[in-house]
Design a protein around this ligand. Structure first.
Ligand code: ADP
Ligand code: MG
Length: 425
């Protein structure tokens, strides 16, 4: 008989491995994972590779501007291509430096130049203070380092629209002009923007220098997202743990949101995590619905908790009014009446009705309420306002927000607002 204790094929962890029955490689679904294969972007990758090819022969590649909506693969593909060209250059003994900068994080000229400097010199940080020098001094130091080092630098400026909206386009003018001051080295820039209209705010000279080549990444459709997810899921999951329907379900939901693959990957990952938490062996379509609820409520929670105080007071007024009536439609005037009571009670500065009207429009744009303008004939126009969020969900969110709980508690106490209370609280 086999002795189970010491047999080589048994292990005390065997009974615990059910926890990893689903995920083989969880990381493969994260948005920072860089796959080796990008379905439906072969042409774009090929185009970029062709544009960058001269770097391997020592000439400066054209600058490239890549634009497209979020989740269309711009960041992942730019990083992938940088890795590929670096490997190729190493194997052929060519001098190519690549540098990836996210301009949402690094959005000052000083920060950008410093980051580029690091690609040339490991000593850079010791030699250049992280702030305090005049920008032209940093700039000449960068030129000096580039010339000493030689070779071609490919600089990816991701979310470049954030840089321009924070610091203007001067830095891009200087960077794209740097080559004329360099003897022994060349720089080429890959700018990436999520905002398709970004170039319309650029100085025409910067626009033509930066956009020597321009590439648009179009949104994916549902079958394309399905291919991408299928490929990812082969890396991420054990065989046969995800129902095929789950992949197509996640894809069609993401396709409705401008073909954002990040959303599809998140949905797939959260679905699998929910199934895992319930110790299921198979991820079924039911979990996609649950995952979508989780994602939506996270988003709404985020929007509500970061509302400025006047917006919260206005939103609370709408919730209160809606709780006090059957059909729930209310006018700006009615919102304002409740709002002024809240301001009074909480010693908040009271804004004019017009200003509160603007806040109502903003809440509408954020998807928290529906506001529809209706004509009242000779009495002018007003808005009819409704909550746009499921009350159950809203309840769980406002219960965790101290300002809202204070407001509602106060209302229960004063009982001034009649019968409404308390369908919501
Ligand atoms: P963007 O920068 O355009 O917002 P990302 O490059 O961050 O988009 O892509 C979002 C996610 O989708 C990343 O995990 C990325 O790897 C993945 N992705 C996008 N396109 C593809 C594709 N064609 N093949 C495989 N994965 C993709
Ligand atoms: Mg990106």
């Amino acid at each position: 008989m086999k002795e189970s204790q010491n047999s080589s094929d048994s292990n005390i962890f065997d009974s615990l491995t059910h926890k990893e029955r689903i995920f083989k490689n969880r990381e493969a679904l994260s948005s920072t994972y860089i796959p080796l294969y990008f379905p439906h972007r072969e042409e774009e990758i090929n185009n970029i590779a062709h544009i960058l090819k001269p770097a391997l022969h020592g000439s400066r590649p054209s600058n490239i501007l890549i634009y497209g909506q979020t989740g269309t693969g711009k960041t992942a593909i730019a990083k992938f291509i940088c890795e590929q060209i670096t490997k190729k250059a190493q194997s052929e003994n060519k001098k190519i430096h690549t540098s990836y900068i996210n301009c949402k994080q690094t959005n000052t000229p000083y920060g950008i130049l410093s980051n580029i400097g690091k690609t040339y010199s490991k000593e850079w940080e010791k030699q250049i203070p992280s702030a305090g020098w005049r920008i032209d001094k940093v700039y000449s130091k960068l030129k000096q380092k580039a010339n000493e080092n030689g070779g071609i630098a490919i600089i990816v400026l991701d979310e470049i629209d954030a840089l321009v909206s924070k610091s203007g386009d001067d830095i891009l003018y200087h960077l794209t002009g740097l080559n004329s001051d360099l003897e022994n080295s060349k720089i080429s820039i890959i700018g990436i923007s999520n905002d398709v209209k970004f170039t319309s705010w650029l100085d025409p000279r910067v626009k033509s220098r930066l956009g020597e080549e321009a590439l648009a990444f179009s949104p994916y459709n549902a079958p394309q997202i399905e291919d991408i997810l299928y490929n990812r899921s082969k890396i991420a999951f054990y065989e046969n743990v995800v129902e095929p329907l789950v992949i197509s379900y996640c894809s069609s939901k993401a396709a409705q949101e401008h073909g954002d693959v990040r959303k599809a990957l998140d949905l797939l990952r959260i679905s699998a995590e929910l199934a895992e938490r319930e110790e299921r062996e198979i991820v079924t379509a039911k979990y996609v619905n649950l995952a979508q609820n989780v994602m939506e409520s996270d988003q709404v929670r985020n929007i509500i908790s970061t509302l400025p105080i006047q917006h919260k007071a206005t939103f609370a007024s709408i919730i209160i009014n809606q709780g006090s009536r059957e059909k729930g439609q209310q006018t700006t005037g009615e919102v304002y009446a409740t709002y002024t009571r809240i301001c009074n009670k909480f010693k908040l500065e009271e804004l004019s009705q017009r200003r509160v009207g603007h806040i109502i429009s903003e809440l509408d744009m954020q998807g928290l309420i529906h506001a529809k303008i209706v004509s009242l004939g000779r009495q002018g126009r007003t808005k009819f306002i409704n909550l746009a969020i499921d009350t159950k969900q809203l309840k769980s969110i406002i219960q965790n927000d101290s300002l809202f709980t204070d407001i509602f508690e106060e209302i229960v106490k004063s009982n001034k607002f009649g019968s409404m209370q308390l369908r919501l609280i």
